[in-house]
Design a protein around this ligand. Structure first.
Ligand SMILES: C[S@@+](CC[C@H](N)C(=O)[O-])C[C@H]1O[C@@H](n2cnc3c(N)ncnc32)[C@H](O)[C@@H]1O
Length: 196
């Protein structure tokens, strides 16, 4: 198991700011599902991470536990989730909430430093395009992109393998795709690990 991620009562867990183990459900977190499958995310205790599509901050909070000496910029554009996201960030000194649309990195570029990892989990038609816009603005040289592609948000009828192939092709024009992994328990999703 990677540093910062534990097994607790048969489930994954991370250690929160108060030292308590926080269980991490792989049925509700794509990153937990990836880790349960044996993938080691390129996140260290001092990583700076830009999280696009943080929602109420559930997965982002576990990332902030792993990167406890680093920083997580947790961004979402939905007013509905912002109250919960802010409340999660209040108890975590290394998590910063950002209310913004990930399509427009210039609008939040004054708030975000260059980061080691961009993690994106956004159900939009232009998922690869959004990821690349943010890579250009914020990803350090040799930094990593972890992109969770949801095929059905891109095209509701086409063959999922064809959708994944096209999205990965778009990414390859600008970034090295290291690995693609199907997510157990998440139909029509593909995790892409890429490096600048
Ligand atoms: C599937 S949920 C993310 C769940 C979260 N990653 C987790 O594991 O806890 C997708 C989120 O992306 C957000 N989102 C969608 N399009 C966005 C955009 N253009 N900019 C910012 N957030 C966006 C939605 O508001 C939603 O909260």
């Amino acid at each position: 198991m990677r540093k910062g991620v534990y097994q607790y009562n048969g489930r994954l867990a991370t250690r929160g700011p108060d030292g308590e183990l926080c269980t991490w459900d792989s049925h509700h977190s794509k990153l937990a599902a990836l880790i349960a499958k044996g993938f080691t995310p390129p996140i260290t205790e001092s990583s700076l991470i830009l999280y696009l599509g943080a929602a109420a901050g559930s997965t982002a909070s576990h990332i902030s536990d792993i990167a406890h000496k680093g920083l997580v910029y947790a961004l979402d554009f939905s007013p509905r989730v912002m109250r919960d996201l802010i409340s999660v960030c209040e108890s975590r000194p290394n998590m910063i909430p950002i209310f913004a649309d990930a399509n427009h990195p210039l609008r939040y570029s004054h708030l975000v430093d260059r980061v080691d990892v961009i993690y994106q989990d956004i159900a939009q038609r232009n998922q690869a395009e959004i990821a690349l816009k943010n890579v250009r603005y914020f990803l350090k040289e040799e930094g990593y992109l972890i992109l969770m592609i949801k095929a059905r948000s891109i095209d509701s009828t086409a063959d999922t393998r064809e959708i994944f192939r096209r999205e990965v092709e778009k990414l390859r024009e600008e970034i090295s795709v290291l690995k693609t992994i199907r997510l157990p328990g998440y139909r029509d999703h593909l995790a892409v690990i890429a490096r600048k």
